[in-house]
Design a protein around this ligand. Structure first.
Ligand code: PSU
Ligand code: MN
Length: 306
């Protein structure tokens, strides 16, 4: 049985601006917070979170950044909450497997793509923006490290806008799993799956869309036929901030060797930090640029009537 309306009101905290927008069916874009607490260094993390919210507003939609605040899943963080999230040291990285743990001990948590998709679906938000989704890690054939993001993409009727899967992953296998799970991959102005820092990967998309209205049309067709998965819209990093694949590959290889001993949740944040340092901030610039760009595109898709 789905959770009751009463339960949701008690468990989920929605900003009043968000409650009004959802009631009036105005466009809303959900934003994750792992990238704020664990993905980017301070002070760029807070600045980027604010820039993403602004990009969504400029596109005509309402941003709803989410996190677990003192054990309460909160959607539509206020400015002070965002600031605290960006500087606290005790923010857990939350996915569906540990969300109840953080809630029950009244802790703070930053939501991954998987956790954010769950909360967005609970609140009735259909558009979500992130940087890069998690996926199949390199060496997954022995470690079994496959991000919960992939299952969540299949489970919730939400359109996720991203710049592809993170380049630290095994992209061909990530692409295969998306296919297996029945998640359509829509190239936004591209025929290829972007590779996060770089615009191309050589891997195909299911369909290309060149504007927000086309994305809305595809999502409608998908859901109207009774398919119940989410859809993935992949947007290449803006040209001026792209790092060519062969240049970033060397840095990624080095980071993978340095982090070879790590496992579980620690892997992704470690690799992202290491890559930022070794690329002299270039990867950080690309990451920030693509996050803002994805937020803008998601805002336009929501505003186009998704
Ligand atoms: N993309 C980024 N930075 C990040 C992440 C994605 O540019 O920090 C986060 C997302 O929240 C994603 C998570 O859901 O990393 C995936 O972690 P894992 O591989 O442990 O599932
Ligand atoms: Mn993992």
């Amino acid at each position: 049985m789905p959770f009751s309306r009463e339960w949701k009101q008690e468990m989920l905290t929605l900003s009043s601006e968000l409650v009004d927008a959802l009631r009036d069916r105005r466009p809303v874009v959900a934003l994750e917070s792992t990238v704020i607490a664990h993905g980017l260094p301070a002070p760029e993390n807070l600045a980027t979170a604010i820039a993403c919210e602004e990009a969504v507003r400029e596109s005509g939609s309402l941003p709803a950044t989410m996190a677990i605040i003192d054990g309460r899943p909160t959607i539509g963080l206020g400015g002070v909450q965002l600031q605290e999230l960006a500087k606290r040291e005790d923010v857990a990285k939350v996915n569906p497997a540990n969300m109840s743990e953080v809630i029950s001990r009244r802790g703070w948590g930053a939501t991954t793509v998987a956790a954010s998709l769950h909360l967005a679906a609970q609140a009735g938000i259909r558009t979500f923006a992130t940087g890069g989704i998690g996926g199949v890690h390199r060496g997954a054939e022995t470690t079994f490290d496959i991000s919960a993001d992939l299952l969540a993409l299949a489970r919730y009727k939400v359109v996720t806008v991203c710049a592809g899967a993170k380049a630290i992953l095994d992209l061909p296998r990530t692409r295969e799993v998306l296919e297996t799970l029945g998640v359509p991959v829509i190239g936004y102005g591209t025929d290829e799956l972007p590779a996060f820092y770089s615009r191309t990967s050589g891997l195909p998309v299911d369909r290309r869309a060149d504007n927000p209205a086309e994305v809305v049309e595809i999502a409608r067709a998908h859901w109207e036929i009774g398919l119940s998965t989410g859809l993935l819209v992949v947007v290449p990093v803006p040209v001026e901030d792209e790092i060519p694949a062969d240049e970033i590959a060397v840095v990624i290889e080095e980071a993978l060797v340095a982090g070879a001993e790590l496992s579980g949740k620690a892997v992704t944040p470690f690799l992202l930090q290491r890559i930022a340092r070794q690329s002299a901030g270039r990867s950080l610039r690309a990451n920030i640029s693509l996050l803002r760009n994805n937020a803008r595109v998601a805002g336009e898709i929501a505003a186009a009537g998704l």
